[in-house]
Design a protein. Structure first.
Length: 689
């Protein structure tokens, strides 16, 4: 008897988009065989992705099929934070959640707080249906500040929005300043463009307190003290002025506030900045000479700024100061000149249609800053604060690991009277504190649509596989809760595909998105060659009247850190906590292949600081300040500059030696502009454990 085997199903390739918090927002191709995703690759047809993915996302199938993936709704048993759950059905979980929210909302819906950030950057699964739900409920609003708001607001006060040069033209630049960015780990596709420019003769300069992998591969590394970027930028302006490396025509026609900025910059000779920044004075003079003379020859000079440098007290001022530089030398005249921090404002997102703020129906709920969640969860009801937070719905974030001063965050999440719902892929540190834990789909399992902050293409994500287990999209979970709370508005019936269509309306051709997976926005190659900034005047704004009306300095200036290293006898070392190369915030920490590469939580310390403390490489150290302590392995390395230690993050607390991570040490103080956290404005002491 013979047996005939049916032929294997033909593999299917599905177009998608990377959902993670990275400027590159890559176009994905997922290969599916017999309903199983077997491979995720970069789309070679998408010019920015060019067929290449980072090491993290190339392992995305390992994340989607992870053996510890949450696949069913779970209910807590045992104490808060114990991480013990039992499986329940969706109806039981949703009915219990809706009942509890209804009881709280009947007294004051502002006692309910959503907490989310960029676990997915998709417009539908981040704050599409979720925003509709919380607006209709009347819950407190969340000020989403934890990553980029200082720099974003600074750009808005200078350029009129989060706008900049087109990233692809960095390949044609003759001088590139990579300022506050480890591009190899966090902006891979920009780095490939920078390498192309380097091969064509461009000079690359990295400005960063840490000697990163990127700094090692640039022609020069300027290892300034954390929080002194504005001083360096002002000294560069001083040299541009005194040597007349200026484009007077561009300044006269396309800027405002020049006389005031000129006076401010002349207060910052290189000698003063060198003392503040902790770098040789000649290094500042040479950088100004390279920048000014290259531009003077008519060659394009470009700055790739990133968000690390704005995580200090004066972060907003620092971004404003750096953002003024291209206009002084006329760099914007060239398509390969100018600056890029974020391109977000160039996307015509129809946020009102997507998020439906009209559902507030005239109500004005309070706004709570996500960066002070530790303090806010511990506040009692008051006239100033409003009602105590009684319910917290967390999605797309892991605040117990990522929010500053985490001892207070843990204390707040441990409140027995706090009702906590966490929508997640895995049992994170935050999930351990949930009353109900709901399984969410991954990017391979749902529809979404993406803008980006590193280029100017819209990307569509199609589901490639069916949801694993009983996982549901975030959007569906909020639809289900809306139905149980009796929200009858038609918008709660919109499908995810319909919401993808609503996100850009007629501004982006959806048929093209369906056909090729991406659409490039019609942004001019040199958007500000003739001015035309999205400010009220159309000019680059050196002096901000808006800031002056708020009682702030209208000009950028250097603001010393709250906690300058060396100024505290008990805590003399400045500490920054840049991301470990193989993690993205706290995402991917539980992917074993990536965690194996990182090895363990590490603090980098300079050899002379280690010798002064009797610390040897590979030993365990206690890092501490008045907020707490953190134990980890130490790496004696010249990646750290003297007087500064690097606590690489963000590890889940449960993977730490004593159940903590580096955010045990960071503070809840906020930046000068943008109400953002000051993760890199932190002082510590280090000793052998």
């Amino acid at each position: 008897m013979s047996t005939s085997l049916s032929p294997a199903a033909v593999p299917v390739v599905v177009r998608g988009a990377c959902p993670h918090d990275c400027p590159d927002t890559c176009a994905l191709l997922t290969t599916v065989e017999n309903g199983v995703a077997v491979k995720v690759a970069g789309n070679p047809q998408h010019p920015m992705t060019d067929g290449v993915l980072c090491a993290k996302v190339s392992k995305y199938t390992e994340r989607s099929y992870h053996p510890e993936r949450l696949l069913y709704p779970m209910k807590r048993v045992g104490p808060k934070g114990g991480g013990r759950f039992v499986r329940v059905g969706w109806d039981e979980a949703l009915n219990a959640i809706a009942t509890r929210l209804q009881i709280i909302a009947s007294k004051n819906p502002e006692a309910i707080l959503p907490y989310s950030y960029a676990g997915t950057m998709g417009l539908v699964q981040s704050d599409g249906m979720a925003a509709r739900f919380f607006h209709r409920l009347g819950a407190s609003l969340l000020d989403r500040t934890i990553c980029a708001s200082a720099g974003a607001e600074a750009l808005t006060h200078t350029y009129g929005g989060k706008v900049g040069m087109k990233v692809q033209f960095f390949a044609e630049s003759r001088l590139i300043l990579i300022w506050g960015s480890n591009s190899i780990g966090s902006n891979l596709h920009f780095w490939r463009l920078a390498q192309q420019a380097k091969r064509n003769g461009a000079r690359l300069v990295c400005i960063d307190p840490r000697k990163t992998e990127t700094a090692e591969k640039c022609h020069e590394h300027i290892a300034l003290v954390p929080g002194t970027d504005a001083a360096l930028a002002l000294a560069l302006m001083h040299e541009l002025i005194t040597h007349d490396w200026l484009d007077h025509d561009y300044i006269a026609r396309h800027t405002e506030g020049w006389d005031a900025l000129r006076a401010r910059a002349l207060e910052w000779p290189p000698e003063r900045a060198a003392e503040v920044c902790g770098v040789p004075v000649e290094q500042i003079r040479q950088l100004a000479r390279d920048y000014g003379e290259t531009a003077r020859r008519g060659e394009p000079v470009a700055i790739r700024l990133n968000y690390g440098m704005q995580r200090v007290r004066g972060g907003g001022n620092a971004v404003r100061a750096v953002a003024c530089l291209p206009a002084l030398v006329g760099a914007w005249r060239h398509r390969a000149g100018g600056l890029l921090l974020s391109s977000s404002s160039q996307f015509p997102i129809q946020r009102a249609a997507l998020q439906r703020p009209d559902l507030l129906a005239g109500r004005r709920p309070r706004t709570i800053n996500m960066s002070t969640i530790g303090d806010d969860l511990l506040r009692p009801s008051s006239r100033e604060f409003g009602p105590r937070i009684e319910a917290l719905i967390v999605y797309n974030s892991n605040p117990v690991a990522v929010a500053p001063e985490s001892a207070k965050v843990v204390q707040g999440f441990a409140r027995d009277d706090l009702f906590t719902v966490v929508i997640e892929h895995f049992q994170t540190d935050t999930a351990d504190h949930a009353d109900y834990l709901l399984p969410a789909t991954t990017q391979l399992e749902h529809w979404d649509i993406h803008s980006t902050y590193g280029h100017t293409d819209v990307l569509l994500n199609r589901p490639a596989i069916a949801p694993q287990g009983q996982a549901r999209p975030n959007s569906q979970i909020f639809r289900d809760l809306a139905q149980r709370l009796g929200f009858g508005e038609a918008c709660f019936q919109d499908s995810d595909e319909a919401m993808c269509r609503q996100a850009f309306g007629r501004e982006v051709d959806f048929n093209t998105l369906l056909a090729q997976g991406f659409v490039s926005l019609p942004v001019p190659d040199a958007p500000f060659a003739e001015g035309g900034f999205p400010t009220p005047s159309g000019k680059c704004t050196f002096f901000s009247e808006a800031l002056a009306r708020m009682g702030q300095d209208g000009l950028p200036d250097h603001l010393p850190n709250f906690e300058p290293g060396g100024a505290h006898a008990d805590y003399p070392l400045a500490m920054i906590s840049p991301p470990a190369r193989n993690f993205l915030n706290s995402t991917f920490v539980n992917v074993k292949s990536l965690r194996d590469i990182e090895g363990e939580p590490v603090l980098e310390i300079h050899p002379q600081d280690a010798a002064a403390r009797g610390i040897s490489d590979g030993s365990t150290v206690r890092v501490f300040n008045e907020r707490g302590d953190y134990h980890c392995a130490v790496r004696v390395s010249e990646r750290a500059r003297p007087g500064v230690v690097n606590g690489l993050g963000i590890w889940w607390r449960k993977f730490g030696l004593r159940g903590t991570n580096v955010n045990q040490l960071t503070s809840q103080r906020l930046t000068d502009i943008g109400r953002a956290p000051t993760f890199y404005d932190c002082h510590v002491q280090v000793e052998t454990a």
